[in-house]
Design a protein around this ligand. Sequence first.
Ligand code: HEM
Length: 156
Amino acid sequence: MSPTTSEVLAFARAVHVLAVLHWIGGVGFVTLVVLGGREPAEAILARFLAVERRFAPQARIAVLLAGGSGLWLVQGLDLGWRFAEPGFWWMHAMVVVWLLFALALFLAEPLFLHAWFERLAARAPVRALALVRGFHRLLLAASLLTVAGTVAAVHG
Ligand code: HEM
């Protein structure tokens, strides 16, 4: 027996939520645990760079899976019209958050961001730590707001 359309879309939704869970959960862990603490900036940065090196490839896969399954849901549930409605701000928020991470992970980081940040971390560790903490907090806040808004709208 072949699966029905709604079973296929339930699978896409499960993939979407698992990918978002893994990726945003990782961002939360890096922001609140890896980048936290009162040790010298050099020690926190060394820990951050080591963790990031291992997590970035996993985050890239999760971002691809979340984006692919998200498009699959838009297509399958015929939800494209929502992007013209301001009340569906959480649909726009998902795409904006996705784009920010995709640009960072697939373009900026490999092209220049990683090399630039390692140089800054060596030259001015306190400034580098403040910068990377600020960016991670901002991205985590935007991601959590998006998750909360989306789940409230879909199930509210
Ligand atoms: C290109 C990027 C994305 C697209 C096209 C997309 C699309 C969608 C669609 C169509 C749904 C189903 C909505 C409904 O059932 O009415 C959905 C659900 C959801 N998305 Fe996304 N999404 C994307 C990225 C993201 C990101 C980055 C996050 C997290 C920050 C996210 C979190 C969620 C959550 C939590 C749900 C709710 C699942 C549920 O409770 O049923 N999505 N997404």
